[in-house]
Design a binder for this molecule. Structure first.
Ligand SMILES: O=C(O)CCC(=O)C(=O)O
Ligand SMILES: [Fe+2]
Length: 314
């Protein structure tokens, strides 16, 4: 079970040492006193339950179109297992990147509560990223520059009750492409598992907690000091499970790469640099699978050594 990082009044009291060691050792933590009003969370739950109860034709208005990856859908069968989740993925920020057929076309009561919720999460994300910059001992402005008005997206997942977990696929093992992901287990049904040093551990959510995952981009940005967490999810045998994952990324114009302030002759860059726009495109070409995409960003031995030799003079 992952360690907790929480504060008394919201997260103003996050202890930097604890945050640092948690991000290094675990790559996942729970925020208990996050400050999102319980009325917002309750309304979100009710609205999502209502949405998933809509007739199929209504929900299919948002279905993923050929060649796109935003929208509502289910991937059918994979590796002989039935996909046991409906996923609804779309970009939420920057506003001009929103797909006009998705969020703007949702039933207004759902849209309104999502907007309030995303606003709250955006605030929490910016605070957390500032804390993370401090914990990494880099200039907070560098983090703000990278992530302010960043690319944000959401995946709302619905797992129906599943009588036979053996035959069904929930969410296959992957790490998120993000700086951080804020996961809300909206109706309180557990099912997230994290890979801690090769062992899959079920994550037991604290009541009303938000779970924060470190994503690949933060592993890259921290030049490997922090680790993205590989995770997977399963359905529940008797209850439906509803989750909302909020993905926090650099802005499209930014470069994904190790922070210049963490790279020096003793610590050569471990990862390549690539524009956020390109990074996102490349990520979607592959089906998320373990931490394979991060591997692709790693500087190969030869290149790494080249970098090292060019520093040897000092
Ligand atoms: O539904 C969950 O618990 C996990 C979802 C997830 O990992 C994702 O959307 O990336
Ligand atoms: Fe994920």
């Amino acid at each position: 079970m992952a360690r907790l990082v929480s504060g008394e009044d919201h997260h103003h009291h996050l202890e930097l040492d604890k945050l640092h060691s948690t991000c290094k050792e675990w790559g996942v933590f729970q925020l208990v006193n996050h400050g999102v009003k319980s009325s917002v969370v309750e309304k979100l739950k009710n609205e999502l339950e209502e949405f998933y109860n809509l007739p199929m034709e209504e929900r299919m208005k948002y279905k993923i179109k050929a060649g796109e990856h935003e929208g509502y859908g289910n991937i059918g069968k994979e590796d002989g297992k039935r996909d046991w989740a409906d996923r609804f993925y779309f970009i939420t920020n920057p506003i001009h990147r929103r797909n006009p057929h998705l969020l703007p076309e949702l039933p207004s009561s759902l849209r309104n509560i999502l907007e309030s919720y995303f606003m709250e999460l955006q605030k929490i994300a910016m605070k957390l990223l500032s804390f993370i910059a401090k914990a990494l001992e880099i200039d907070v402005n560098e983090m703000i520059e990278l992530s302010e008005n960043g690319m944000q997206s959401v995946r709302m997942t619905y797992y129906p009750p599943c009588p036979n977990l053996e035959l069904a696929m929930g969410f296959a093992p992957h790490s998120d492409a993000t700086l951080i992901t804020i996961l809300n287990q909206v109706n309180g049904v557990d099912g997230l598992h994290v890979n801690k040093d090769g062992v899959w551990l079920p994550l037991i959510f604290q009541p009303n907690a938000l779970v924060v995952n470190i994503g690949d981009i933060l592993e890259i940005f921290s030049n490997g000091v922090y680790h993205s967490i590989e995770h997977k999810a399963t359905a529940n045998m008797v209850k439906e499970r509803i989750t909302v994952a909020f993905f926090v990324n650099p802005k499209f114009e930014a470069e994904v790469g190790p922070s210049p302030s963490l790279v020096n002759p003793k610590n050569p860059p471990l990862f390549k640099r690539v524009g956020m726009e390109q990074y996102g495109r490349d990520y979607f070409v592959r089906r998320p699978h373990g931490k394979t995409y991060l591997q692709h960003m790693r500087i190969e031995d030869g290149q790494d050594n080249l970098n090292k030799t060019s520093y040897i003079e000092n």
